[in-house]
Design a protein around this ligand. Sequence first.
Ligand code: EPZ
Length: 423
Amino acid sequence: MDKIIIEGGVPLHGEVEISGAKNAALPILAAVLLTDEECVIENVPVLRDVLTMLKILRSLGIKSQVNGSRVVLKAGKHRKFTTSYNLVSTMRASICVLGPLLAKVKQAKISMPGGCVIGQRPVDLHLKGLSALGANVKVEHGYIVARAETLHSNNIFLGGAYGPSVLATANVLMAAVLAKGKTVIENAACEPEVVDLADFLLKMGAKIKGYGTHRIEIIGVKRLSGARHSIIADRIETGTYILAGAITKGKLIIKNASIEHLAAFIDKLEQIGVSVSSNRNGDIYVKTKKAVLKSVEFTTLPYPGFPTDIQAQMMALLSVVNGISVVTEKIFPDRFMHVSELNRMGADIFLEGASAIVRGVKTLSGASVMASDLRASAALVLAGLVAKGKTEISRIYHLDRGYENLEDKLSKLGAKIYRVKNV
Ligand code: EPZ
């Protein structure tokens, strides 16, 4: 298995370009199942999760050609409706083929995704929403089996114990665009990735209003056409590079990003003493305003709140910020796998229920650490960038799921980072 080695302590300088958003690309690629015509998707990040989604689509009868960040997809003659455990078990987001399959092929058999290291990941809201549209949905022998000769509209409340669900909203939206009549999703997720999906569906001929708010209205249409779409910038990758600039006290220009998707995060960085601004072209400038950074408290929340997907990386920064910070996780209360590894590097963090209390230390020291999930791995990379000495991160396949060319992009900014293959 590959490892990443980082020699810490180098302030990062220069320009970095952000890739397309993984979490927008995955449901948008799944939405191609809704048409028989050709779709062209641009600014697709070349990542393991995207390649897994293309494999799943291929197994369902969708042919694809990848040319850099441009993917051309078209349904072949033989559509299938079953995805195997082998594919689904490597990526929970494979569940977003459920809604489009049901709408277009009228049935779906998808391996039930298991739990994962960031905590329980139930799928009750997906099943509730699709049942409300008239599908017969059962869980049998580890598979979600759903059938619906016709889907009909309904008013659906999609709230769970932790608020709206991003992919359940995507699934119900993708099913409702071909259902008869007007569907209303109440308590819908309004993340930018849901908006990007709705934009793509509109280009395919869907009728959707209210997306980007908690109430989405959909009028079903008979068929959807092919479309061309460019994926929005990855706000989580953007946040990770902003933090790479901040933690190393460097100076970065971040290109091809959307600062407006990161308001809650940037507000906290300003409180800490990191300056983040943008110009008319949307380039983001990051520099550290003060010699001594200040601790903060924050809670992860659904959009536009502080994203859970940048919680771990922000904690890496707070571990070297003066004072006591409190981080509360309100989306995935167990998403703290990075804490013990950061502590191995000299951080002083303890957990109290769904909160982490971070006592800032002066320096971190390089160590051998293990990546446990995608964002926890990114937090360890950030810690390694500022730590004294050598950090060796193993199990980095998690990083390959969600960060395009991470070592290349960081090396170009001056980081001493390299990958050792098959150790
Ligand atoms: C999406 O996952 C993202 N994944 C996650 O990104 C992200 O952490 C998460 O949204 C929250 O923002 C993709 O877009 C591919 P949810 P999703 O359903 O949609 C509960 C990353 O690092 N819930 O919005 O699966 C759930 O347990 C990742 O890129 C139910 O109760 O997350 C959680 O507490 C990992 N029942 C809350 O809702 C359900 O049926 C929000 O989760 C579904 C979810």
